[in-house]
Design a protein around this ligand. Structure first.
Ligand SMILES: [Mn+2]
Length: 326
C-alpha cells in the first residue's frame, strides 16, 4: 500500500506503478531532453517513490532510447520534422503504457519532449476503454497548447502538435506517419483541459475557440487563484472520469524550471505546479502521469539551473503520486 489516504477510483492495483523512462528528443530540435529520465532517476526520484510513497515499481530499470526505431532518412512530411521517428517511437510507447495500464497500474512516463504524449495518452486511452469502458480526461499543464496541426505549425516540430493528433483534429492515413492512431487511442476535446497557457499561436487560438476547448491561462490563474482554477478544471472533467495528467515542466516559470527547450516568462510558481498535482491526486481519479521537457543540458546563465529543474520535476511527480505536506 502507498501511504496516501486517497482511494483510487479506477485502478485495480493502485500501489503498482508502471514506469516508462523515455530518452527521446526527436519531437523538437534541441538535444539534451533525452537525458532527462536518467537525471531524474539519478536524483533519486524512483527511490523516493518506492521507499517513501511505497509504490511497487515495474519497468523502472531501463531508460529506453528507441535507437532501433530512428530511420537513417526521415525527410519532412506535411511540414513535420522527424515524422517517421516520432511516429514509430510514440507507437512503441503507446504499447508500453498500454501494457502497464491494462493491468490496472498507475503509469508514470518520464520524457523526453512533449511529442511522446501521443504515445502515452493513446496507450492509456485504449487501456481505459478496454478495462472500464470509459473515456479518459486529459489535464494538460503547459505554457503552450501543443495543438498545432502539421499545417498550422510554424516550426514543424511535432512536440507542438500532440494534442491535435490525440483529438483527431489532425488526421493521417499512412501508418508510418501517425496513421497507427485509431479511434480507441483518441480523446474527446470535451474532456481536455489546459492549465498554465501563456504562449499560444494564432492558429492554435482559433482551434481552441472553434472546438470549445476548456483552457485556463495564466490570466485566469491571476484572476481566480490556482485553487479556484483547479476546482473549475476538475468540475469541467466531471467526478467519474479517469484522468491522465500530462505535465510540461515549462508550465513553471523559468525561475523554477530554467532548463527546458522553450521557456516562457510569467509562469506558475513551483507551489502552484505542486498544488495542481496534489489536487489531481486527491481526486482519486488519476491513472497516468507524464513529466516532459526537462532538459538538463539547457541552463543559460543560471547557475545550478539544471539541478533546480530536475528537483522541480521530481517534486511535481511526487505530489501527483501522493506526497502531501502534512
Ligand atoms: Mn508541451
Amino acid at each position: 500500500m502507498n501511504t496516501s489516504m486517497v482511494k483510487s477510483k479506477f485502478l485495480s492495483h493502485p500501489e503498482d506503478l508502471g514506469v516508462v523512462a523515455v530518452g527521446f528528443s526527436g519531437g523538437q530540435c534541441k538535444p539534451g531532453v533525452d537525458a532527462a529520465p536518467s537525471a531524474l532517476i539519478e536524483s533519486g526520484l524512483l527511490t523516493q517513490l518506492r521507499d517513501e510513497l511505497n509504490y511497487k515499481l515495474h519497468g523502472h530499470d531501463t531508460v529506453h532510447s528507441y535507437t532501433d526505431l530512428v530511420p537513417r532518412e526521415d525527410p519532412p512530411f506535411r511540414n513535420m520534422k522527424n515524422p517517421k521517428a516520432v511516429s514509430s517511437v510514440t507507437q512503441r510507447l503507446c504499447d508500453q503504457v498500454y501494457e502497464h495500464a491494462k493491468e490496472g497500474r498507475m503509469v508514470l512516463t518520464l520524457g523526453g519532449d512533449h511529442s511522446i504524449a501521443i504515445g502515452t495518452i493513446a496507450g492509456s486511452a485504449k487501456a481505459t476503454r478496454e478495462r472500464l469502458g470509459r473515456e479518459i480526461a486529459v489535464i494538460w499543464v503547459d505554457a503552450h497548447a501543443d495543438i498545432n496541426t502539421p499545417e498550422t505549425s510554424g516550426s514543424g516540430n511535432v512536440h507542438g502538435m500532440p494534442v491535435s493528433f490525440l483529438t483527431g483534429l489532425a488526421k493521417e492515413e499512412k501508418p508510418e506517419y501517425f496513421g497507427w492512431l485509431k479511434p480507441e487511442h483518441l480523446i474527446s476535446v470535451k474532456k481536455l483541459v489546459y492549465i498554465g497557457l501563456r504562449d499560444v499561436d494564432p492558429g492554435e487560438k482559433r482551434i481552441l475557440r472553434e472546438n470549445g476547448i476548456k483552457a485556463f491561462s495564466m490570466f485566469d490563474i491571476d484572476r481566480y487563484g490556482i485553487g479556484r482554477v483547479v476546482e473549475m478544471a476538475l468540475a469541467h472533467i466531471g467526478a467519474d472520469t479517469p484522468i491522465h495528467l500530462s505535465f510540461d515542466v515549462d508550465a513553471l516559470d523559468p525561475m523554477w524550471a530554467p532548463s527546458t527547450g522553450t521557456p516562457v516568462r510569467g509562469g506558475l510558481t513551483l507551489r502552484e505546479g505542486d498544488y495542481i498535482c496534489e489536487s489531481v491526486h486527491l481526486t482519486g481519479s488519476l491513472v497516468a502521469v507524464d513529466l516532459v521537457e526537462v532538459n538538463p543540458s539547457l541552463a543559460p546563465e543560471v547557475e545550478l539551473g539544471a539541478h533546480e529543474t530536475v528537483r522541480a520535476g521530481c517534486s511535481l511527480v511526487r505530489c501527483a503520486l501522493g506526497e502531501s505536506l502534512l
